[in-house]
Design a protein around this ligand. Structure first.
Ligand SMILES: [Zn+2]
Length: 426
């Protein structure tokens, strides 16, 4: 009962958010543009003098106060004190600001590029000092009426909007998203949602198309991070069309479902390798899609050392550690009677006897044992015999109950429409 009550507001909020999406997106673009201009600090001149009006327009100040503002960025190998002096603060003022920050500000985390801004009154008194790091962290030191300086971490306003990202894949998912000016981290999020249907190491072909509806979280108008993936569609030569929607049911459980309201989940994931951002000896510009080979009772996945390996299904760890020619290895026993075997790991991340959940990272690709280069040897056993992992047919977990389908259709209809994108006129 508790859960249901807690979930009511969340469920009510969703349709309202979705209804406003169309014009909200347009509005957001305008706002982001404007905010971006106001907030940006010229990168080149280290010191810029500008006259600015009252900072808080809502503040009913009786007389229009005028402040002088100076902004700098923390330079490489520069201490905070040195940066404060470059803002033309007197030694006593520097001490005052540093003392005010003490206890609030993580001095050790100061990084080159952080923005420092100083505002003085027309009389030349220190009015406000602002230290900004990244999009979401800002500390403010202000002069109180009694003359003392007070510092606080300012909460930065976060806004969330839903964006549609559509790409045609040329070489890798990463590159395609980078070309669409999205953060490649989105590839990891999307691959995670589609992990039961698409093996992003093996199934990706040039010309495949992908569409994603994803929340973007903005801090003061700048993209801070991605939120939830609300819908994802992969349409590929090797995969066919797979489309999933995020849906929270009446019991408050959130999961992904296909068009017919059938859970995205299956007993096994499509791939034993988690799609991850890999910086490797293969070079940073190219994501290594190295293919696989059918080999001695299993499949060899060529992948750089350190690529995370996840449990394809929930199960118990039967073995974790050295296993002859298999090198460092993990063997899992699953409830459906199948066993999965992962060989040549550089590192094992679980121990024998423990339970693992699906998608849990159990180790990392390496080249231990009888191996000529970094790869994962993946094998599946059924009743003690090896079976071909690529031919496993693993059913989806369960459909929504028929009684939930009207709600599912209603909630996902706007996602469906937005995922489809603008209708072509010709
Ligand atoms: Zn092998």
């Amino acid at each position: 009962m508790q859960n249901r009550a807690d979930d009511l507001p969340r469920r009510r909020r969703l349709p309202a958010v979705l209804a406003g999406l169309g014009f909200l997106a347009i509005l957001a673009v305008a706002l982001v543009g404007a905010a971006g201009r106001i907030r940006s600090i010229p990168p080149e001149p280290a010191v810029a003098m500008t006259q600015i009006g009252p900072v808080d327009a809502a503040d009913p100040a009786p007389a229009p106060a005028r402040f002088t503002s100076v902004a700098v960025r923390l330079q490489k190998n520069q201490t905070l004190n040195q940066a404060l002096f470059s803002l033309r603060l007197a030694a006593a003022e520097v001490n005052e600001v540093v003392e005010a920050l003490r206890g609030h500000f993580p001095f050790r985390k100061a990084r080159p590029g952080d923005q420092l801004r100083l505002e003085r009154t027309a009389e030349g008194d220190l009015h406000r000092f602002t230290y900004r790091q990244g999009a979401a962290d800002e500390w403010v030191v202000e002069r109180l009426p009694d003359g003392t300086l007070e510092s606080a971490k300012r909460p930065v306003e976060l806004t969330t909007e839903v964006a549609r990202v559509a790409v045609t894949i040329e070489s890798s998912l990463y590159e395609s998203l980078a070309r669409a000016e999205e953060d490649p981290g989105l590839a990891v999020l999307a691959a995670d949602v589609l992990a039961w249907d698409v093996d992003f190491y093996q199934d990706v072909r040039s010309g495949d198309r992908m569409r994603i509806l994803v929340e973007k979280v903005y801090a003061d108008g700048k993209l801070l991070r991605y939120g939830e993936v609300l819908a994802a569609e992969y349409d590929g030569v090797a995969t066919g069309r797979k489309r999933l929607f995020r849906y929270t049911d009446a019991t408050g459980q959130t999961s992904y479902f296909d068009d017919d309201g059938v859970s995205a989940r299956r007993g096994f994931l499509k791939s034993p390798l988690k799609y991850a951002h890999i910086t490797s000896s293969f070079g940073r510009r190219r994501h290594p899609v190295l293919g696989y080979t059918r080999a001695h009772e299993g499949v060899d996945y060529g992948a750089p050392t350190g690529t995370p390996i996840w449990a394809v299904g929930e199960g118990a760890v039967r073995q974790a550690g050295w296993k002859g020619g298999c090198g460092k290895a993990v063997v899992l026993k699953h409830r459906n009677g199948l066993e999965t075997i992962y060989c040549h790991l550089s590192r094992v991340a679980v121990s024998a006897g423990k339970q693992v959940s699906q998608k849990q990272i159990i180790g990392y690709v390496g080249s231990t044992g009888l191996s000529t280069g970094p790869h994962l040897h993946f094998a599946v056993k059924s009743g003690g015999r090896y079976v071909n992992p690529l031919q496993l047919k693993v059913p989806r977990d369960s459909p929504l109950p028929a009684s939930a389908l009207p709600d599912f259709r209603e909630k996902t209809a706007p996602l469906r429409a937005q995922l489809a994108g603008p209708v072509a006129l010709n």
